[in-house]
Design a protein around this ligand. Structure first.
Ligand SMILES: Cc1cc2nc3c(=O)[nH]c(=O)nc-3n(C[C@H](O)[C@H](O)[C@H](O)COP(=O)(O)O)c2cc1C
Length: 195
């Protein structure tokens, strides 16, 4: 029998409509017939445990910018490709598309504060005030004590609903400090398993 989440029982599971999402010059049209409601989907997906990264890039004025992400995926080894999935109307997505570069910083279990800070909405506070940052070859910021980082140039951007799948060609990568990973599950940060 299906194991439902009680407080979501009232939410409709399905809706029927066609959505068009515009990302700069391209439009992604998704038939959402039989799609699961976004609020329900968010709760279901919260059960998926993931690592946490900070995606950094360069603003128009040359300053650094970054945000917390869990959608990081390795895509190919040859050529070396990775992807992140960014909200198309977010600042980071816009700046990654504009600059054509980004870095992915894999957080360790002691980096919760950084994960929280880079997810806070608004651009007023300097997100980089927490953590020790340096600059990689592309100009994107990398965390000096990251579990790992990958410095990338944008290879392609694919609109996908209200998000954009950003494919990055890895230009440089490092493992500055192997450590237990930071894990995100059920909207909570957890320490990864000890070795
Ligand atoms: C653990 C965690 C993972 C997240 N993963 C993503 C993600 O993969 N893609 C995304 O667009 N937003 C993700 N977010 C939300 C962004 O971090 C958040 O909306 C941020 O404020 C966006 O910053 P920006 O508007 O400067 O781009 C995540 C948030 C948290 C806490």
């Amino acid at each position: 029998m299906r194991n439902t989440i009680p407080f979501l029982a009232a939410l409709p599971l399905r809706r029927t409509e066609t959505q068009r999402y515009r990302v700069r010059d391209s439009v992604s049209t998704i038939e959402t017939e039989a799609a699961v409601e976004p609020a329900y989907l968010r709760t279901v997906l919260a059960q998926w445990a993931s690592g946490v990264v900070i995606v950094t890039t360069i603003r128009e004025d040359g300053e650094r910018h970054g945000m917390t992400a869990s959608s990081f995926t390795s895509v190919a080894l040859d050529p070396p490709l990775v992807s992140v999935c960014l909200a198309s109307d977010g600042t980071t997505c816009r700046m990654v598309r504009r600059s054509g570069v980004f870095a992915v910083n894999v957080l360790g279990s002691e980096h919760r504060d950084i994960g929280r800070r880079f997810a806070e909405p608004g651009q007023d506070a300097d997100r980089f005030a927490v953590g020790d940052w340096s600059t990689a070859t592309t100009g994107a910021a990398v965390l000096t004590d990251a579990t790992a980082w990958l410095d990338c140039v944008v290879a392609a951007c694919h609109p996908a609903g209200d998000h954009t799948i950003v494919l990055g060609m890895v230009r440089d990568a490092a493992v500055p400090r192997p450590a237990e990973p930071l894990i995100y599950h059920d909207r909570t940060y957890h320490e990864g398993m000890a070795r």
